[in-house]
Design a binder for this molecule. Structure first.
Ligand SMILES: Nc1ncnc2c1ncn2[C@@H]1O[C@H](COP(=O)(O)OP(=O)(O)OP(=O)(O)O)[C@@H](O)[C@H]1O
Length: 664
């Protein structure tokens, strides 16, 4: 047998083999890890990084406003910075090229001659075709000969009216990977404690510039300003400036600014889609999106107006369901609990374990266990036993009370306001469970609309954020495309027929008609597949069947009922949102309903009409409540009610809350 020694194989080199280096144990900081694997967090390339930066900042801004029940106002600006400006920002002298051949985009004289000849030939052909009356394609723009050196830089600024941040916490919130305030079990948009830091890491990698944060909390007479960077190796913030400034205007919120490399040209449409979809699922927010560049014809300003004051309640933190915990988590809960004994621990640290059930479980665990035993004294085997029992025993499903779906009202309103469809139907399911985590699926179908492409348009949302990438593999897209295409067509056809439009004979054509399919899933744990948090696998049967079922449930009758039902629903939603803002009212929805409806009525002298059509509210009562509640502010826009008059085709209640078309 021939020797496989590396010495022999190296073309007869007979040097002594290099001694392999002693392996040195190294440790990577989380910041280093994410800097090296930035695609995991959606920073795959400059274009996607620009998109993800916008997304992370917008989502943080919404979270922040919602936590204080403030209707979000979010302004996002992307300012293009040409290289010379960027260089002057960083104090680098802009140099002319001297040695052209050194550059990636260098074109030899021969190559240039060839290219020009080809372009001339193409022009000739075009001219000939034009003279023969043939269709002429737009002359292809000469390929930009752009070298790698021509990076584009952008200053991304996001301003919100949220809760702001405590002065001393700012450096760690932005300069320490995997630190955040959104840990814990609840439905949240963010959860890794990564987004804003990744934007900073990317800025550090691409421009070397720090992040700037201004923030002020409600009632604070100062605002905080912080300019910081991240020490990648140690995963700690590197602070350049951290100071308190005057806050005469008493503003509250945050303004985050970061300068990164990006690519607006290739990600323009994705970013605008994202903003639009966010406006669909968040119709209670006001967004101002701006792209600003030196070339003014590239500038973009899009305003997404708020169309409702109804905000889904802030999702509360909840406890774990016994089927949702693993060994590690049980150990952590034991370490963190303030409860003394096992009985109290089981009863208070989990949902759906009442005292009698906890006692039965402890009895079942075996003779080593007793209700009074100190929970911190449990040894590893005992913890495994608890875990095994959690796996095998029956528990009631967790309730969906801790979830805050967009709500049918918001989903429908969002679809109407952004897409202007001819028809829309929505459905909201009840909570279901996947591995001990509750989830709710809401769905909508629309037909027609403005700026909607022909065929199927799928809008996916998870915990009220739009998912734009990896659609092909997603449970929603797959269900819509494969399994219920037919169903969908029949739903939309029914929709049309049910409204006895003059276009009764209209045939749905799935390639020509503009069909919108909207599916929103909220949960305490979204089972994302893949690393990018962009799609939910269709192998999770609970979710797949819920999506399927809910789409079939988007039925004609449900939200195209008579006017009474629709107005009633609006008032109820208003009452609920009111209740969520003022907690003490939570159990008095019925009363609130009356009050809120009264407000609607007195402000608009529509009491009589509404009282006729809204169950439970008569005019007298409405007036009385209105007087008592002493609501002062005027609605922003007038309210129009047309459909209540016989023969009118739709209700268009603008402010304070409502835009909705009813087809009767
Ligand atoms: N605009 C903001 N207003 C108030 N607090 C903010 C704002 N932006 C970020 N924060 C705070 O900084 C923390 C870290 O934000 P970061 O985006 O890094 O992580 P995250 O939002 O918690 O999770 P994810 O990785 O999913 O984005 C947040 O948890 C939040 O407390």
């Amino acid at each position: 047998m021939e020797s496989e020694s590396p010495i022999e194989t190296k073309k007869g080199k007979s040097k002594t083999p290099r001694k392999p280096k002693d392996s040195v144990l190294k440790q990577k900081s989380p910041a280093e890890f994410f800097a090296e694997n930035k695609n995991i967090a959606g920073f795959d390339n400059p274009g996607k990084s620009l998109y993800t930066t916008v997304r992370e900042l917008v989502e943080n801004a919404l979270d922040s406003a919602e936590t204080i029940s403030e209707l979000p106002v979010v302004e996002i600006t992307i300012e293009e910075i040409v290289r010379s400006k960027f260089n002057s920002m960083i104090g680098l002298v802009d140099r002319e090229r001297i040695d052209e051949e050194l550059y990636d985009d260098f074109e030899t004289a021969k190559a240039r001659e060839k290219r020009l000849a080809k372009e001339a030939r193409n022009l000739e052909i075009q001219a000939k075709n034009a003279s023969l009356g043939k269709k002429v394609k737009d002359p292809a723009a000469p390929k930009a000969i752009r070298g790698r050196g021509e990076a584009s830089f952008y200053r991304v600024t996001c301003k919100d009216n949220g809760r702001g941040m405590p002065h001393d916490d700012i450096p760690n919130m932005f300069g320490r990977v995997l630190s955040g305030t959104k840990y814990g079990l609840k439905q949240t948009r963010g959860k890794f404690g990564l987004g804003a830091k990744m934007a900073l890491i990317w800025s550090k990698m691409s421009t070397g510039l720090p992040i700037e944060i201004s923030s002020s909390m409600t009632g604070q007479n100062y605002s905080s300003f912080c300019r910081l960077d991240i020490d990648i190796h140690r995963n700690i913030p590197h602070i350049y400036l951290h100071e308190k400034r005057d806050n005469k205007e008493r503003w509250h919120g945050a303004e985050i600014q970061v300068v990164i490399e990006g690519n607006w040209t290739t990600y323009r449409s994705k970013i605008l889609h994202y903003m639009r979809q966010m406006a669909v699922i968040t119709p209670y927010a006001q967004f101002l999106f701006k792209f600003v560049s030196d070339t003014s014809d590239k500038n973009v300003t899009v305003r997404f107006a708020r169309r409702t004051d109804i905000m889904p309640p802030v999702p509360p933190e909840t406890k774990y369901h016994p089927s949702a915990v693993d060994l590690l988590l049980i150990k952590r809960l034991i370490a963190e609990t303030s409860k003394q004994n096992l009985l109290q621990f089981l009863q208070h640290e989990f949902v759906n374990i009442g005292k009698p059930y906890a006692e039965r479980l402890i009895g079942e665990m075996g003779p080593d266990f007793s209700p009074k035993m100190p929970v911190k004294s449990l040894n590893s085997q005992q913890i495994v036993r608890i875990h095994q029992l959690f796996r095998q025993a029956k528990f009631d499903d967790p309730s969906g009370d801790c979830l805050s779906p967009a709500g049918e009202y918001n989903l429908r309103l969002g679809i109407i306001k952004e897409l202007h469809p001819d028809m829309v139907a929505t459905y909201s399911g009840s909570a279901q469970v996947f591995e001990g985590h509750p989830f709710i699926v809401e769905a909508g179908v629309s037909v027609g609309g403005k700026d909607v492409k022909q065929g199927l348009n799928i809008f996916r949302f998870a915990n009220r954020i739009p998912l734009l990438f990896e659609q092909g593999a997603d449970v929603v897209a797959r269900t819509a495309l494969k399994r219920i295409k037919k169903e969908l067509i029949s739903i939309t056809r029914n929709l049309i027929e049910a409204h006895s439009f003059s276009w009764n004979s209209y045939k749905i054509n799935q390639t020509q008609d503009k069909i919108g399919v909207f599916v929103s899933i909220v949960s305490t744990k979204i089972p994302f597949k893949g690393t990018g948090k962009e799609y939910i696998g269709d192998d999770i049967s609970e979710i797949a069947s819920a999506v399927k079922r809910h789409k079939s449930n988007v039925c004609v009758g449900r939200y195209i009922p008579d006017a009474t039902g629709a107005i009633y629903d609006v008032l109820k939603e208003m009452a609920l949102s009111h209740a969520s803002k003022k907690r003490r009212y939570q159990d008095e929805d019925a009363d609130l309903l009356k009050k809120v409806s009264a407000r609607l009525i007195t402000k608009n002298t529509l009491a009589e009409k509404l009282a006729q059509h809204v169950e439970q509210v008569d005019y007298e009562m409405a007036m009385e409540y209105a007087t008592q509640s002493g609501v002062k502010e005027e609605p922003r826009e007038p309210i129009y009610i047309q459909s209540l008059e016989a023969g009118k085709q739709f209700i268009d209640l603008h402010s304070p809350v409502f835009v909705f078309r009813l087809f009767q």
